[in-house]
Design a protein around this ligand. Structure first.
Ligand code: PEP
Length: 251
């Protein structure tokens, strides 16, 4: 059966020292109180090796926030999936709305990134989600369906390694959370889209996380929904106590 997961996305925050301290604090809090879900911190490339050194892998797993669609070579400034894997990471966030919006990442590129991640034994946390206009004009189900379908050339075995994060763009960093009912409706829709392509077993085993202004005060209500298998957490992942408060929603 699918896993419950709480994953932090630190984005472009924290210096190396601050990041190591934050990771250490998360690790320490989890040592005191065992989590009822898998916990992941996704951190800047520059922090991966040092953060990995302070995390106990049975308590907290680590991921990157992106990787290249290329395996290696003359791509100055890029970081490959094999480089990420070599730091000790197990996960990589792909297709975050900030990457799609500010760096023009498209479905074709994201499929290539996903293939690179899988070829290097990294589990993609693949983000999908509509913008405000699409929520308001009612096209949100179709938009998210086509984002998920971008991965449909993967084999069932490959797809079963993917974690989906539904992050309505209008809820990211805005303080405006989707209601638990909106999240449930979309997560059930995504699971059906997966089922229609890969069958019920793959769909039932896919963890689908909610992201967008998730905090200790609203996590419990969101995670109580049957198709919401945890969260991808931005702002609230930058304070170990807040992150822990969200993890504890799985009480
Ligand atoms: C995110 O960017 O993945 C996110 C969910 O951000 P926030 O929690 O800050 O809305």
């Amino acid at each position: 059966m699918r896993k419950n997961i709480v994953a932090g996305n630190w984005k472009m925050n924290t210096t190396l020292d601050e990041g190591v301290e934050l990771a250490n604090n998360v690790n320490t809090l989890l040592k005191g109180k065992k989590a009822n879900c898998d916990v992941i911190v996704c951190v800047p490339f520059t922090h991966l090796t040092s953060v990995n050194a302070v995390l106990e892998p049975e308590l907290v797993k680590m991921g990157a926030e992106n990787c290249s669609e290329h395996a290696k070579g003359a791509y100055t400034g890029e970081v490959s999936a094999s480089m990420v894997k070599s730091t000790g990471a197990d996960y990589v966030i792909l297709g975050h709305s900030e990457r799609r919006q500010y760096f023009g990442e498209n479905n074709e590129q994201l499929l290539e990134k996903t293939k690179q991640a899988l070829a290097n034994d990294l589990k993609p946390i693949f983000c999908v989600g509509e913008v405000l206009e699409e929520r308001e004009n009612g096209s949100y189900n179709d938009v998210v369906k086509s984002q998920v379908e971008a991965l449909f050339s993967l084999t069932p075995e490959e797809f079963s390694k993917i974690v989906i994060a539904y992050e309505p763009v209008w809820a990211i960093g805005t303080g405006k959370t989707a209601t638990a009912e909106q999240a449930q409706d979309m997560h059930a829709h995504i699971r059906k889209v997966i089922e229609d392509k890969y069958g019920k077993e793959v769909a039932d085993n896919t963890s689908i996380l909610y992201g967008g202004s998730c905090k200790p005060s609203n996590a419990k209500k969101l995670f109580a929904k049957p198709d919401v298998d945890g969260g991808l957490i931005g702002g609230a992942a930058l304070k170990a106590e807040d992150f822990m408060g969200i993890i504890e929603a799985f009480g």
